[in-house]
Design a protein around this ligand. Structure first.
Ligand SMILES: *Cc1c(COP(=O)(O)O)cnc(C)c1O
Length: 409
């Protein structure tokens, strides 16, 4: 490929780094745990390992109810949550701050569920006053569930889940609270029981550092009355046969995801060895370092936070707006010249359609050290220099200084 600057030297010859907001970097320990012969699925190690996987997932979720594992991705869990609790014609309330929340609502609509939407735009968190007002207006209690997303990966907005439950409690509304934490599970704090969340969804390929393939659903004890009434359910998705299996494989409605279970076991070991409190605080520090850098790059006037208010920002992904076309050029430069792959922008209505050219996302979730984080920021800043963006200095320095302060004992 001809080089834009006419130089012939290529520097990107190492391992490369994918700073995507999922799938995230898979640790070597997880890869090694999956590199093994096919196990017996009827008895022995796989069954014992699986028991511990379910238990540890529940620990991380803060859930005293059940955990279910589907061979599937995040979209599979959206559907699982809806069909086990709702019937055609039921009404739910969808709190949206970006494209994934909207996608879940669209899944509900295609199942024949009536979806009321509160759209908070794509640059700020859910405002609970509006949620409370909507629920107060529902005097008949026809809204069966409130659905929302913890980290909205498209916009990088983070929603305050306990405050949404408080709004529901304040007007004594009986709806279930269902939360998609597919991007943030195992990265941002989650306390399902304490926060009053009835259904929590995640996948294994983001904070859980395992190759894509498992959709994980947590259910609290409050779901069963709606489950009994729901008429959208089908055998494959059904919760009861998975929660109370007659034999091991019935947990998965068929052949278990053998190697994924071993990989996930190793990933859970890594998280629990580190300690969840540390994992969460590490993500907060990683995110703040990225923001420190972006604060400086923004002085150029060519880049900006998609989410201006730091309180509303996710700890696992940062969405960056750029002047026209810069995002595409920067992603291409970083990938070809430094081996760093950045996340593409996803369409954020109503900001226009060409967002892949004018938005990019930095994934900072999962298996990440300061050397990778600072390397990633340095590559971006180098790219800004290479592309002639003026007044974009000092980002890496600000991130280094922040990390030095954050780690000082
Ligand atoms: C990644 C993601 C999804 C979709 O997950 P898939 O595994 O791609 O189906 C849904 N919601 C959020 C918040 C996500 O980050």
């Amino acid at each position: 490929m001809a080089k834009p600057n006419g130089n012939s030297v290529r520097l990107a010859a190492g391992r490369g780094h994918h700073a995507l907001p999922g799938p995230s970097v898979v640790p070597d320990r997880v890869l090694r745990a999956m590199h093994r012969a096919a196990p017996n699925i009827y008895e022995g190690e796989l069954l014992e390992v699986s028991d511990t996987v379910y238990a540890d997932l529940n620990t991380i979720a803060g859930n005293s109810g059940h955990a279910l594992i589907y061979i599937g991705n995040g979209h599979a869990t959206w559907e699982a949550a809806l069909v086990n609790t709702l019937s055609k014609g039921d009404t739910i309330l969808s709190l949206q701050t970006g494209r994934f929340g909207a996608g879940w609502a669209q899944t509900a609509k295609s199942l024949g569920i009536n979806v009321e939407v509160i759209d908070f735009g794509t640059d700020q968190s859910v405002q609970v006053e509006r949620v409370e007002a909507a629920l107060r207006g529902d005097t008949e209690h026809s809204i069966k569930a409130v659905i929302t997303v913890q980290t909205e990966t498209s916009s990088s907005v983070s929603n305050n889940i306990p405050s949404i439950r408080s709004a529901m409690t304040a007007c004594s509304h009986p709806a279930l609270l269902m939360v998609d934490s597919i991007a943030s599970f195992g990265c941002e704090p989650f306390k399902m029981d304490a926060w009053g969340v009835d259904i929590l969804l995640t996948g294994c390929q983001k904070g859980l550092m395992t190759p894509p393939g498992l959709g994980i659903v947590f259910i609290g004890d409050g779901v069963w009355p709606l489950y009994e009434e729901a008429n959208l359910n089908t055998p494959y998705w059904d919760w009861k046969s998975r929660v109370y299996p007659e034999y091991f494989a019935a947990r998965f409605s068929g052949t278990p995801p053998t190697h994924h279970l071993f990989g996930l076991r190793e990933a859970l070991d890594m998280l629990l060895e580190e300690g969840m409190e540390n994992v969460w605080q590490r993500h907060r520090v990683q995110a703040t370092a990225v923001w420190a850098a972006l604060d400086c790059w923004a002085n150029s006037g060519c880049l900006a936070f998609n989410v201006p208010n730091a309180e509303d920002r996710s700890w696992v992904v940062t969405c960056v707006k750029t002047e026209s076309g810069l995002a595409s050029r920067l992603r291409a430069w970083c990938e070809s010249e430094t081996g760093l792959t950045l996340g593409i922008g996803l369409n954020l209505e109503p900001n226009g359609a060409k967002t892949t050219d004018d938005l990019f996302r930095i994934g900072h979730m999962g298996h990440l050290d300061p050397h990778a984080l600072l390397g990633m920021l340095a590559c971006i800043e180098t790219g800004l220099h290479a592309l002639g963006i003026k007044n974009s200095e000092g980002g890496v320095d600000a991130a280094m200084k922040y990390i030095a302060t954050a780690t000082r004992t």
